[in-house]
Design a protein around this ligand. Structure first.
Ligand code: SDX
Length: 428
C-alpha cells in the first residue's frame, strides 16, 4: 500500500501522506493541503471526509460489521449488559468483576436528581416532545453541577460527571414521558438494576406495586447495547464538535440529543412507526408505498431504510428483527405493523431501485416495533435511542478531549456577491 498520494495542480506535483488504520482503512492526510497548495476540499455531508482517528468503534459498511473496542456487536448483544458495554466504550476495556460492581453501584447511587429540576419539567406543556424536554434537562445539569463546566478538571472529577449523566438520564427520560401523559413522576428505586429501575420510573402508577417483566427488561438492555455507539454519525460528530470548543460534557451531550432528534437520524425510529401506521390506515398496500419511495417527485422515503455507511445489512437490524419476533411472541403480542414491516422489507430487498442503491433496513426499521410492544409510546422512541447512545457520546467526547483535538471549524467556498458599496436607503 503506498504511503502517499500524488496531487498535480497548476503545473506542480504534491505528495500527500496516506495513513492506514488498524483495520486497513486508508486516508489521505490533507491537514497541510491549504498551506502547501492553496487548495481546500469540499464534501457536503462529509461523505468522503474523516474528521478524526478513533479507537472506539469500527464499522465496515460493505460487510455489515460493527465492533465496540474490537468486540463484535453480535457477541456483546448476546453475552454482555448495557452497563458493561458502557464501561467498555468509555474506558476501553471490559471491566473486571469488582470494576463492574463498583460502576453499577456508582450508577445506582446517583440516579436521584435535584428536586428543583422538577420545576423545569413542570414548565413544559404536556404536548412538549420528550426529546426537547430531555435535551433541556440534560443541559440543566450544568446549573446544578457548575464544576462540570470546566472540562479540564481531573480525570476523577470528569469520571464523576460521567457517572452523574449515565445515572440521571434514565430519570430524565422517564420524567419526560410522565410529563407527556400528565402523570406524577416516579423517583428512582435503588433496589433495582438499571433496566428495571427505568421501566418502573416509566410505567409505575401512583402507589402501585409495579412488577418488572423480565422479558421486557432483557429486550430493553439488548436494544440499549445495540444503540450504544456508531463511530462518527451525525449526533456523535455534533458532540465532538461542540466539545472541541471546550464546552462541558453536559452541554455537548445536550447538543447530541438535539442532532439525534432529526427524522433522518435517530428520529427515524419514530418516523418508521408513523409510516407503518400510515400504510395500515391506507389499507396496507405496501407496493404502493414502495413505488412512492422510488418516485423522485414524491417526498415519501422508506423510513428505516438506507444508511450512509452500511451498503449491506445493518448488523443491528438483523438482531433487532429477530428480537422483535421473540419479544412479541413472549409477550403474546400480535402487531400487524410487524407484518407490514416484514412485507416492506421483502419487497424492497428484491426491488431494483433498492438493490442498485444498496438500501437495506437499518437499526431504526424494527426497533420501534419492540418499543411499542414494551408499552413505550412512539414519541419516546428517539429518547430510547438517546439513552442507548449516551455511553458512545461520552466515550467519543472523552477521546476527543484526551487527544487534545483542535476546535472543529470547517472551511467553505464563498459563492456570494463580490465587493459592492453601500447605497443609502433613499436611493435604492
Ligand atoms: C441512523 O450514521 C449513522 O451511523 C446513523 C445511525 C447511528 O447508529 O447513529 O446508524 C442511526 O441515523 C440510521 C438512519 C436512519 N434514517 C432513516 O432511516 C431515514 C431514511 N434513510 C435516508 O434518509 C438515508 O438513507 C440516510 C439519511 C440514512 C442516508 O442518506 P445519504 O447517505 O445521504 O444517502 P442519500 O440520501 O444521498 O441517498 C442515496 C440515494 C438517493 O437517491 P439518488 O439521489 O442517488 O437517486 O438513495 C436514495 C436517495 O434518494 N435513498 C432512499 C432512501 N434512502 C436513500 N430512497 C428511498 N427511501 C430511502 N429510505
Amino acid at each position: 500500500m503506498s504511503d502517499h498520494a500524488k496531487l498535480s495542480y497548476a503545473g506542480k506535483d504534491y505528495d500527500l501522506p496516506v495513513i492506514e488504520g488498524t483495520e486497513k482503512e486508508i486516508a489521505v492526510d490533507i491537514s497541510k493541503l491549504r498551506a502547501d497548495t492553496g487548495l481546500i476540499t469540499i464534501d457536503p455531508g462529509f461523505k468522503n471526509t474523516g474528521s478524526t482517528k478513533s479507537a472506539i468503534t469500527f464499522l465496515n459498511g460493505e460487510e455489515g460489521i460493527l465492533r465496540y473496542r474490537g468486540y463484535s456487536i453480535e457477541e456483546l448483544a448476546e453475552k454482555s449488559s448495557f452497563l458493561e458495554v458502557s464501561y467498555l466504550l468509555i474506558y476501553g476495556e471490559l471491566p473486571t468483576k469488582p470494576q463492574l460492581e463498583h460502576f453499577q453501584n456508582e450508577i445506582t447511587t446517583h440516579t436521584l436528581v435535584h428536586e428543583d429540576i422538577k420545576k423545569i419539567l413542570d414548565g413544559f406543556p404536556s404536548n412538549a416532545h420528550p426529546m426537547g424536554v430531555l435535551s433541556s434537562l440534560v443541559c440543566s445539569l450544568t446549573a446544578f453541577y457548575p464544576e462540570s463546566l470546566d472540562p479540564n478538571r481531573s480525570a476523577k472529577e470528569v469520571d464523576l460527571s460521567i457517572i452523574r449523566i449515565l445515572s440521571k438520564m434514565p430519570t430524565f427520560a422517564a420524567w419526560a414521558f410522565k410529563n407527556q401523559i400528565g402523570h406524577p413522576v416516579n423517583y428512582p428505586d435503588n433496589e433495582l438494576d438499571y433496566d428495571s429501575n427505568f421501566l418502573k420510573m416509566m410505567f409505575a402508577l401512583p402507589a402501585e406495586k409495579y412488577k418488572v417483566n423480565p422479558v421486557v427488561a432483557k429486550a430493553l438492555d439488548t436494544l440499549l447495547i445495540l444503540h450504544a455507539d456508531h463511530e462518527q454519525n451525525c449526533s456523535t460528530s455534533t458532540v465532538r464538535v461542540v466539545g472541541s470548543s471546550q464546552a462541558s460534557l453536559y452541554a455537548s451531550i445536550s447538543a447530541g440529543i438535539n442532532a439525534l432528534w432529526g427524522p433522518l437520524h435517530g428520529g427515524a425510529n419514530q418516523a418508521v412507526l408513523e409510516m407503518l401506521e400510515q400504510i395500515e390506515k391506507d389499507g396496507g398496500d405496501t407496493s404502493k408505498f414502495i413505488a412512492k419511495a422510488k418516485d423522485k417527485n414524491d417526498p415519501f422515503r422508506l423510513m428505516g431504510f438506507g444508511h450512509r455507511v452500511y451498503k449491506n445489512f445493518d448488523p443491528r437490524a438483523k438482531i433487532i428483527k429477530k428480537a422483535a419476533d421473540d419479544v412479541l411472541d413472549q409477550l403474546g403480542v400480535d402487531d400487524p405493523l410487524l407484518n407490514i414491516a416484514k412485507e416492506l422489507e421483502a419487497i424492497a430487498l428484491k426491488d431494483e431501485y433498492f438493490v442498485e442503491k444498496k438500501l437495506y433496513p437499518n437499526v431504526d426499521f424494527y426497533s420501534g416495533i419492540i418499543y411499542r410492544a414494551m408499552g413505550i409510546p412512539t414519541e419516546m422512541f428517539t429518547v430510547m435511542f438517546a439513552l442507548g447512545r449516551l455511553p458512545g457520546w461520552i466515550a467519543q467526547w472523552k477521546e476527543m478531549r484526551e487527544n487534545n483535538e483542535p476546535i472543529g471549524r470547517p472551511r467553505q467556498v464563498y459563492t456570494g456577491e463580490n465587493l459592492r458599496s453601500y447605497v443609502d436607503v433613499n436611493k435604492r
